[in-house]
Design a protein around this ligand. Sequence first.
Ligand SMILES: Nc1ncnc2c1ncn2[C@@H]1O[C@H](COP(=O)(O)OP(=O)(O)OP(=O)(O)O)[C@@H](O)[C@H]1O
Ligand SMILES: [Mg+2]
Length: 495
Amino acid sequence: MNSPSRILVVEDESIVAFNLQQRLAQLGYDVPAIAVSGEECMEMVSQTLPDLVLMDIHIQGDMDGIEVASRLRETHSTPVIYLTAYSEDSTLERARQTRPYGYLLKPFSERELHATIQMAFERYKLEVELVDNRQLLQQALDAASMGVLEMNTATSAITASPRTADLLGWSPNQPHCRDDLLSCVDAEERAEVTARLDESLAKLKRFSEEFRVLSEDVPPRWIKLDAGHASGRRMTGVVQDISARKNSELRLKLLNDSLESLVAERTIELKQCLKELEAFSYSVAHDLRSPVRVIVGFGQELIREHASELGADSIDLVNRIVTAGQRMGALIDALLHMSRLNQLPMQLRVVNVSEIASEIAAQLMEAAPERVAQVRIAPNLEAMADPTLVRSLLDNLLRNAWKFSARKEITHIDVGSKTLNGETIFFVRDNGCGFDMASADRLFGPFQRLHREDEYAGTGIGLTIVQRIVMRHGGRVWAFSEPGLGAAFHFTLST
Ligand SMILES: Nc1ncnc2c1ncn2[C@@H]1O[C@H](COP(=O)(O)OP(=O)(O)OP(=O)(O)O)[C@@H](O)[C@H]1O
Ligand SMILES: [Mg+2]
């Protein structure tokens, strides 16, 4: 059970005091002491720390009850109820200024006394909660370095907390108004901030703005003001300094801008270099073609026309020269083909991938009618892409699938697509010899081959072409395989 509330009685008439003590005891209160003068009251409050003081106004000593109550307000926060027989206006006014918790005119009934005490305790409890909440709010605002700003929207008068005044460069405790606030805003942004404030006031909308504050007394800083309309006549908000964030955003933006222009510069340089390199390799490849053709041609002629004069060993050597020359010729042709594809301007349109794949597959099967093959191509595969490049891409993938499954009794090739996270992924899958995934990173490099030339012929340029085509479309290409079980090549064309 709660211990009874303790009430200090200040009354200089002993009979009245005794009677009051009895009545309070009957009501369940504890009266730890009775004081007859102001001095005694101050001393007893310090000693007994009562929950409430019942104060007669006319008491012994130099101070009357009202003076004692106003002293008490300064030293203790103990609530005071006046008990008096006097009700003149001047006394009432003096008493009012001490913000009493009640004013009971003698004689009063038990019920009146009890109700007044109860009300006083209730009000006191609420006031303590209010003070606690204010403290909590202030601590939160201090921790966030925030200030408070309140504007009377009828008069435009602004009340600013010390932190707000500090942030805006205002002297504390000076009256301010809406125009003072707007004149702090950087001239460049003032018109916009004024318009937003007007709109917020007209529509009672939240106001949330970040702006630069320029004032004679503070260095330029960035402020964020968030305010809402507590009632039609009051706009209340918090002010915070966001300079650190704004400055790092600015630094980041400057850094990004300079990085972007650096990247753009380098890209132009690189593109130029690449173009020169392409042109150089094209002309080298092109110029190499005829001497290689001459070597192969004369070699073949030597065997054809002079076989009888050459011994078997010499014929074997010349044959090797011819084969190597032919291979070199094939490599040069592949390089030239790749160069040409790279230089073609892209022409994007809806491409029927299924149709192109079917045409290529038909050619492959026609060229090797002895092979048993099942080629399944999903219908209606479409892509927004360059048709010539897509044909070359599919040609290389299907040719590979066909070539590397040549030793299987029955060749199975599938062409299809699937959608993953909204992205269309095409695939070409075969049941051929496959490759070791440990070497997968070499697949797309020029002249990289994972199989021996005498097993599967080729120059090693096909997948390089595939990768370049995919990259020109902004897509990706990758592969999965298991030796002996086949390979699957996936690609996207995301343009
Ligand atoms: N479907 C596949 N199955 C197994 N290995 C493959 C497959 N596709 C490519 N490879 C491996 O990747 C290598 C590179 O392929 P790429 O198409 O670039 O060259 P290539 O087919 O050998 O020659 P080219 O295409 O220039 O005539 C191949 O030599 C082969 O080792
Ligand atoms: Mg190939």
